[in-house]
Structures are given as structure tokens and as C-alpha cells.
Design a protein around this ligand. Structure first.
Ligand SMILES: NC(=O)c1ccc[n+]([C@@H]2O[C@H](COP(=O)([O-])OP(=O)(O)OC[C@H]3O[C@@H](n4cnc5c(N)ncnc54)[C@H](O)[C@@H]3O)[C@@H](O)[C@H]2O)c1
Length: 296
């Protein structure tokens, strides 16, 4: 399946095939979008960290990085056994880690550096989405905030100053299309992924001028443990990618130094529609939700 055949809105499409979802024009109002342009990262010979790497998108990204010639990939996850097996499979370094714990993220960066040298690329990918969603549980709101937002901040604190001092590096934060649109069946996933996108924007503005490029990844549906046996929340019609297909889009976005990495180009088109007419957007989402949940 090739679900990324065309970019919406006359959007830019790079030679490497990544879809920006943004119009080609580089100037919006007073903002000069040509300012501070950087050159994409060639990951060969680079030291990377990938969280949530025991399966799904994280494992696929770690595998793609190794295949592209990364010097080493430190793979972090809460689940030590599948993590060890996956790391062995691709020659990565298994680092059992709870990413919502700042000291654990500091220790993860130190382990990666001790094994391979200073970290060039940190992919914050770990995520949670329990079945069924737990919007009534305040403890769970704190947990998703910790994994989807604070973990990204902890990673930036752990590695961005060193990257800047050495002349450059990259943070890739995996959020979700729910962070620009919504996850209709989960308030907590929607709100925390919006937090992740907002934080990534802030980090990009803060660290970009210091040489640390930041990207945020906003996938629609990808076939992983997270989505297995999960009802359609309105995204199946946009295509269900494999984890490897999603990782290929993330790798293309890294190579092209995109801030916004879509795995499915329709996400960008929906976001533009939402911005253009928020009232209509809310009404159409409410109507779609009623349709999808009728009879459930
Ligand atoms: N699958 C999709 O359709 C989809 C769509 C949009 C965004 N995403 C996002 O992509 C990322 C990867 O998801 P996936 O689909 O591969 O799911 P997945 O469940 O296969 O992988 C997520 C991994 O994160 C790990 N993890 C959870 N909490 C952790 C913690 N505190 N510390 C360390 N590791 C932890 C899990 O153990 C798991 O291995 C997530 O951030 C998810 O929200 C997924």
C-alpha cells in the first residue's frame, strides 16, 4: 500500500518523498520562513537514542537508523524483555527506562554516550493509549502528561545543551495527528498530544537558532500494539500504515530537516481545514463521532 501518494494543498514534497503538508510559499505575513534554514541530518555515523523501542514505530525507527549506518542506537522502553530481544535483533543497546522519570532519561543519555559517544539524535517516541481510554482517571492524566509531554522536555534538557555546544543535533518528538486534530475517543490522549506539539514548537524556536533542530511527528493510524483491536476513531479511511512505512516517513523527514513530519499527508490537509473554519470543524467532528459510535 502506498498511502502517501500525493500532498494536499499543493504542498511541498521533497526529493526524498516526505510530505510537508504546507503550501510551497515560504513567507507568511511578517514572518520570513526562509530565516534560519538548516540542512537535514545524514544519520550515518551518528549516535541515536530511541524511546518506546520495544516494538511498533520505535523499533521500526531504531531498525531504520541501524540500516542507514548509525554508529549506535540506544533503545529505551519500560518492557525489558521485548526490548532486549529487539535490541539483539538489530545490534542496538537495550536500556530499560521509564521516560517519565527525569533521572532515568539523564541516565539513558549517559549510557548512550558511554557506549557510543555523545548523542546526536534523540527520538522521543514512547507513548500510551490504554484500551479502553481512561479519561475518568486523574492518575492516568498525570501518567500520559508524563510520557507524552514531560519525557520530551526531559530529553531536551538532557541532550540539547551538549548538542548545541558540539555544533548541532536533532530532537524528534513523536506526537500524533491527535495533537493537531483530536482522538475522538480520548480526551487525555488528545490533550497530552496537543501538549507534545506545543512543546515541540517551543523547543524548535528555542533550540533551532542554537543549532539543534527539532521535529514533531504527527501520524494518523499505524498498525502497532497500540492500535490492535482498537475501533476506528475516524482515521482508517486515511490509510493504515505499517510501522516500517511510518518509520520510512520519519527518516525522510529527518533527512529533509522538516519540523512537521506527517506520515499521512491528509493530516496536514485536515489541520489546514480546521484552522480555516474552526466552527465547521467542531460540527463535522461531532457529527462524525456520532456516526462512528452509533450502536457501540
Ligand atoms: N499507532 C498509531 O496509530 C499511532 C498514531 C499516532 C501516534 N502514535 C504515537 O507513536 C508512538 C509509538 O506508538 P506505537 O503505535 O508504536 O505504540 P506501541 O504501543 O507499539 O509502542 C509504544 C512503546 O512505548 C513504551 N512505553 C510506554 N510508556 C513508557 C514509559 N513510561 N517509558 C518507556 N517506554 C514506555 C511501551 O512499552 C511501548 O513499547 C506513541 O507516542 C504513540 O502515541 C501512534
Amino acid at each position: 500500500m502506498q498511502a502517501v501518494a500525493a500532498c494536499p494543498l499543493g504542498a511541498g514534497r521533497s526529493a526524498r518523498g516526505a510530505c510537508s503538508g504546507a503550501p510551497d510559499s515560504r513567507k507568511f505575513g511578517e514572518l520570513n520562513f526562509n530565516a534560519g534554514e538548516t540542512i537535514g541530518m545524514d544519520v550515518s555515523g551518528k549516535v541515536a537514542v530511541v524511546t518506546g523501542a520495544a516494538g511498533g514505530i520505535g523499533f521500526a525507527v531504531a531498525k531504520a537508523l541501524m540500516a542507514a549506518g548509525a554508529k549506535g542506537v540506544a533503545m529505551a522502553d519500560l518492557q525489558p524483555e521485548p526490548l532486549a530481544a529487539r535490541a539483539k535483533e538489530i545490534g542496538g543497546l537495550a536500556c530499560p527506562t521509564d521516560v517519565s522519570d527525569e533521572a532515568a532519561i539523564q541516565a539513558l543519555a549517559a549510557k548512550a554516550e558511554a557506549a557510543y559517544g555523545p548523542v546526536d539524535l534523540f527520538v522521543s517516541n514512547a507513548g500510551i493509549s490504554p484500551k479502553p481510554p481512561r479519561d475518568d482517571d486523574n492518575g492516568h492524566w498525570a501518567q500520559q502528561w508524563g510520557v507524552h509531554v514531560m519525557a520530551h522536555l526531559f530529553a531536551a534538557r538532557a541532550v540539547a545543551p551538549g548538542m548545541a555546544a558540539r555544533g548541532g543535533g536533532k530532537l524528534v518528538n513523536v506526537a500524533s495527528a491527535a495533537g493537531i486534530l483530536m482522538q475522538m475517543n480520548s480526551a487525555v490522549y488528545t490533550a497530552t498530544k496537543h501538549g507534545a506539539v506545543g512543546l515541540a514548537e517551543w523547543l524548535a524556536v528555542e533550540w533551532g537558532p542554537k543549532g539543534v533542530s527539532v521535529a514533531v511527528v504527527c501520524p494518523l493510524r499505524v498498525a502497532t500494539a497500540m492500535t490492535a483491536d482498537t475501533p476506528d476513531s475516524g482515521t482508517v479511511r486515511d490509510g493504515v500504515l505499517s510501522a516500517d512505512e511510518a518509520a520510512a516517513q520519519i527518516m525522510a523527514g529527518i533527512a529533509d530537516d522538516r519540523f512537521m513530519i506527517y506520515t499521512h499527508p491528509t493530516a496536514g490537509a485536515y489541520w489546514a481545514k480546521k484552522a480555516a473554519d474552526p466552527e465547521r470543524w467542531i460540527k463535522s467532528m461531532a457529527s462524525l463521532k456520532q456516526k462512528l459510535t452509533a450502536g457501540r
